[in-house]
Design a protein around this ligand. Structure first.
Ligand code: AMP
Length: 177
């Protein structure tokens, strides 16, 4: 994979959304067709023989590569959304993140026990949001859960991978120390 291409196109915004946070802005990857193709090709290659039946995207930056990947893998796409956005019956999970607290929801009929699930988000920091999504998905008794991130942050004592532990198999395209 051409990590240099992705790193060169990733924008860093200091002190967003609060002072002290180095925000990794993937919008500059998403607007570049060569970066979209590089990420999709890499993810497809990595996951194509794993029998993924559903890709779960975490709102909102997990929707972009999540939906592209679902198409590449001939899988369905499911949204994990902020509270009050999904119109059907939902279940929800609260979690803490690098900055602030939040809740995510999933439709109660989104998955079943025959699914092999890939959860996709742009970035792994503390692992709070991914673990909340994993807990929601796990409750459907699915066969296996994979987790994919464009970026895994390891700086400033962030240990998202350890926080998730063996609840899901993790693969990140870029690791930033
Ligand atoms: P966490 O739950 O702590 O792993 O945080 C990951 C979620 O928060 C992802 O959905 C990211 O989009 C967002 N996020 C947290 N920290 C950052 C950061 N430094 N730069 C960009 N996005 C971040």
């Amino acid at each position: 994979m051409n990590q240099e291409l992705l790193l060169a196109n990733l924008r860093n915004i200091p002190d967003f959304p609060i002072p002290g946070i180095q925000f990794k802005d993937v919008s500059t990857l998403f607007k570049n067709p060569a970066c979209i193709k590089e990420m999709a090709d890499e993810m497809e290659e990595y996951y194509k023989s794993k029998g993924i039946t559903k890709v779960v995207g975490i709102e909102s930056r997990g929707f972009v590569m999540g939906a592209i990947l679902a198409d590449r893998l001939d899988a369905g796409f499911v949204m994990c959304r902020k509270p009050g956005k999904l119109p059907g019956e939902t279940k929800q999970q609260a979690y803490g993140k690098e900055y602030g607290k939040d809740i995510i929801e999933i439709h109660t009929d989104a998955l079943d026990e025959n699914d092999v699930v890939l959860i996709q988000d742009d970035l792994l920091a503390t692992g709070g949001s991914a673990k909340a999504a994993i807990d929601l998905v796990k409750a459907f008794n699915v066969k296996k859960i994979y987790c994919n991130f464009i970026i895994e942050l390891r700086c400033e004592g962030l240990k998202g991978r350890e926080f998730i532990g063996d609840a899901a198999e993790i693969y990140s395209l870029l690791t930033i120390d």
